[in-house]
Design a protein around this ligand. Structure first.
Ligand SMILES: Cc1ncc(COP(=O)(O)O)c(C=O)c1O
Length: 412
């Protein structure tokens, strides 16, 4: 019964009231922090250029428009994974480009290698790797492969800020990298997206496009501050059950849409970004500790498979993804929800099954099995700081009970 009044959100990063007060105070004092926030990001991941815009999806659209322009409009195909955030294909469509889907390997969430090996550099403008749930993709390989074919690479680290692979930060492996500061991310400013690059030419193309974007109105900035207050107040498990019980809020719903605005970053939010950014190491370390505990304690077996991070990677673990036998997943989710745990079935379908997109896809891209398989089996568990060790042990027991398998202390 107690669980009814305690619900652990599936994702999110706690914002302290000092952060809210500091953000409002800095905005009222008219302090300009956008440039400092960009400088923080550049220094942290070791890149030369950064541009901030209204959302991650707006950033992706801008990146693709910049690549299209620099390429002289010669190539129009963009390769994306068959299972990822729906904002990725919507950005490609919004940029007036053709979505090409490459299948994923459900065991790694990354591209199945043979899918990218047959990349045609005459038609493909860019490949987007999406480092899902904060697990870095095999970026060294994708970088080499795209370079060989003269194709641009976008390292979409919307979910992977704070992660790295082969010692290099996620988001910096591509010609362009992307981060999101949406509500479910490691660093949130309610909305926001960043593009990073070391290429002067691409940086110029991006910043020229960014200059044409509409500014935020004061009422939009005020609305961000109100959302921030609500976010700070209701993310805590003792209060999250309230918004969670209001279906019209549509929390966590995945919707495919291309009608989002391309706007500038709301400068009122930059002080918050800087504050959370300063805590990124702690935020990421805490998530990794949660992931380690899940890894050691979950009852791995035929009905529950792990997604093992790539060798040499340091995941950001925005969430902890696992693969559950399809016939058990709804039961596991139900059991966790009843006990107040925000586990999710993540994106509702493979990219090749998004109804609005199917007609736009080439016939070869419509029947890829990997993303479909993943859509039936994936389950994500929360990793943020509000998930205690006791919560993790409770989650483990609940899952073991449903699957009928006792916990085993082995990480395969
Ligand atoms: C992989 C990926 N790319 C891009 C985006 C778009 O970011 P935003 O939600 O800030 O528009 C997201 C959003 O979650 C994402 O997960």
């Amino acid at each position: 019964m107690a669980a009814q009044f305690r619900f652990i959100p599936p994702a999110g990063t706690p914002v302290r009231f000092a952060d809210v007060a500091g953000t409002i105070g800095a905005s009222l004092a008219g302090k300009e922090m956008v440039e400092q926030f960009k400088a923080d990001l550049c220094a942290r991941v070791g890149v030369r250029h950064c541009e901030l815009v209204s959302t991650g999806r707006a950033a992706m659209t801008l990146a693709l428009l910049a690549l299209k322009e620099v390429d002289g409009g010669k190539r129009n195909e963009v390769i994306i994974p068959s299972y990822t955030c729906f904002s990725v294909p919507s950005s490609v469509v919004k940029a007036g480009l053709q979505v090409r889907v490459a299948d994923v390997d459900p065991e790694t969430l990354d591209f199945a290698p043979e899918q990218l090996e047959r990349l045609d550099g005459n038609r493909v403008l860019a490949v987007i790797a999406t480092n899902l749930y904060g697990l870095p993709n095999d970026m060294e390989r994708w970088r080499r492969l795209t370079k060989d074919r003269g194709v641009y690479l976008i390292d979409d680290a919307a979910q992977c800020l704070g992660g790295s692979i082969a010692g290099r930060p996620s988001g910096t492996w591509g010609d362009i990298g992307l981060y999101s500061f949406d509500k479910g991310k490691n660093v949130t400013t309610i909305d926001g997206g960043a593009l990073v690059t070391n290429s002067d030419r691409l940086a110029t193309a991006i910043s020229e496009k960014a200059k044409t974007l509409q500014n935020n109105t004061v009422s939009e900035s005020v609305s961000h501050l109100v959302k921030l207050l609500v976010y700070a107040a209701f993310l805590h498990p003792r209060r999250y059950w309230i918004p969670n019980a209001l279906p019209f809020l549509g929390l966590g719903a995945t919707v495919y849409r291309t009608d989002y605005p391309l706007a500038r970053y709301d400068r009122w939010m930059a002080p918050l970004g800087r504050r959370l950014f300063a805590r990124l190491n702690t935020i990421a370390a805490q998530r990794r500790a949660a992931a380690e505990r899940y890894g050691k304690r979950l009852p791995w077996g035929a009905k529950l498979r792990p997604i093992v991070p790539r060798a040499g990677s340091v995941p950001a673990y925005l969430r902890f993804p696992v693969l559950v036998a399809p016939e058990c997943r709804a039961k596991v989710l139900d059991a966790l929800h009843r006990e107040g745990i925000g586990a999710t079935a993540s994106y509702p379908s493979a990219i090749n099954d998004i109804p609005q997109l199917r007609e736009l896809l080439q016939p070869d891209d419509r029947h890829l099995p990997g993303g479909r398989d993943l859509a039936k089996r994936i389950l994500t568990l929360p990793t943020h700081v509000y998930v205690t060790e006791t919560d993790i042990d409770r989650i483990v027991t609940l899952i073991a009970d449903v699957l009928g398998e006792g916990p085993v202390a082995v990480y395969p």
